[in-house]
Structures are given as structure tokens and as C-alpha cells.
Design a protein around this ligand. Structure first.
Ligand SMILES: [Zn+2]
Length: 199
């Protein structure tokens, strides 16, 4: 397995939902996977780039990285989401292990509460939640909403030879083929052009 450092250049945002973008932090899954989350700091960087780190003071934000145990749980969640995506794409049943992992995350998510705000009330999650855990709860909820809704039929895997990116096809025709036209779509067009030129 190739390992890449999780610099900003590594992130892709064509997934259509945060939980799908999360799965795409590991790519080329069908061939030689490339792992972009190799250490907790990579995950903290991804949370910030994905705008999933809740707004806090600068110091708290810098200290918001997950520890090793939470990092391992995060990767476990990510792979469970991917199992769900692959089941949706293949038209098969989601494996029990993946379902159990997702449900354990949902069960672990604290419910929001109503707080007084002057004469009004506002709905807020617990303020003292660990920011990394908070982000993972949000990702689990996002994945559950996607996999448990008819949108699951819109999940796709990019057929680009060095890609395998996952995405939600929200095109009206439902025939989006590539993760992004700018990357795999153009590559395929260029390859086709070369083939035609040779004939
Ligand atoms: Zn692609």
C-alpha cells in the first residue's frame, strides 16, 4: 500500500457529501490503495479542510487533533461507510460488521438540546464535545442519512484506472461517469483521441 502525506493537495471534494469525501481520503481502492490518512495529524488537517472542525478559538482548534485510539476508530468508521457505498453500487446487502459499526457511532452520538438564548431557545449539541469526536459523529450521521435513503442508488465509483473515487451522482440524467471531468473525464477523452488517431 502506498502512503502519501496528507497535504492539502491530497484532498478531493467531488464526493457530493462529507462522508463520501471522507471515504475518498483513501483512493485507488480497487488496485493499489493510496492512504492519505497516515497519522492523527492528517485527520485533523482533513477536518479543518472539510470545515468539520467546529469554530473555536485558535488555540483550541490547534489542539483539536484526535489521539491514536480515536484515529483508529475514525478509520474503522470510514471503512464501514465504504462497505456501505460498495454494497449500494453493487446492489448487494451491506455487511453486518459495517452496519454494526455505523449503528454504534449513531448510538454514541449525543442528542442536541434546547438552550435558552435570551427570550429564544436554540438547538445545540453539547458544547464540551471533543472536536474530533464531534466531526466523526457528524460524518456518521451524514453516511447514515445517505445509505438509508433512496440517494444510495446514486452512489458511483469512478472507473478511472488510477482513481476509484466514490461520489454521489446528482446529475439530472443520473449518468455521471467520472469523479470529475477535469481529472478522469479528460484523461479518458485524451486516451480515446489517441486510439482514434492510431486507427
Ligand atoms: Zn476519477
Amino acid at each position: 500500500m502506498a502512503e502519501a502525506s496528507g497535504g492539502e493537495r491530497a484532498w478531493v471534494w467531488y464526493g457530493g457529501q462529507p462522508s463520501v469525501d471522507f471515504v475518498n481520503t483513501r483512493r485507488r481502492r480497487h488496485a493499489e490503495p493510496v492512504e492519505y490518512l497516515t497519522e492523527p495529524a492528517d485527520l485533523a488537517a482533513w477536518f479543518a479542510a472539510a470545515d468539520l472542525a467546529p469554530a473555536r478559538s485558535g488555540r483550541a482548534r490547534r489542539a483539536a487533533g484526535p489521539d491514536d485510539a480515536l484515529f483508529a476508530r475514525a478509520l474503522d468508521l470510514r471503512e464501514a461507510v465504504d462497505s456501505g457505498i460498495r454494497a449500494a453500487v453493487d446492489g448487494t446487502a451491506i455487511p453486518d460488521t459495517a452496519l454494526d459499526t455505523l449503528n454504534a457511532w449513531l448510538a454514541d452520538t449525543p442528542s442536541p438540546r434546547l438552550h435558552r438564548d435570551g427570550p429564544d431557545v436554540v438547538l445545540r449539541g453539547p458544547a464540551d464535545t471533543d472536536p474530533a469526536l464531534h466531526a466523526l459523529h457528524a460524518l456518521a450521521a451524514d453516511a447514515a442519512q445517505l445509505l438509508g435513503s433512496p440517494d444510495r442508488a446514486r452512489l458511483r465509483v469512478c472507473p478511472g484506472p488510477n482513481c476509484g473515487g466514490r461520489f454521489v451522482d446528482r446529475s439530472p440524467s443520473g449518468r455521471r461517469r467520472w469523479c470529475s471531468m477535469a481529472v478522469c473525464g479528460n484523461r479518458a477523452k485524451a486516451a480515446k483521441h489517441r486510439e482514434t488517431a492510431r486507427d
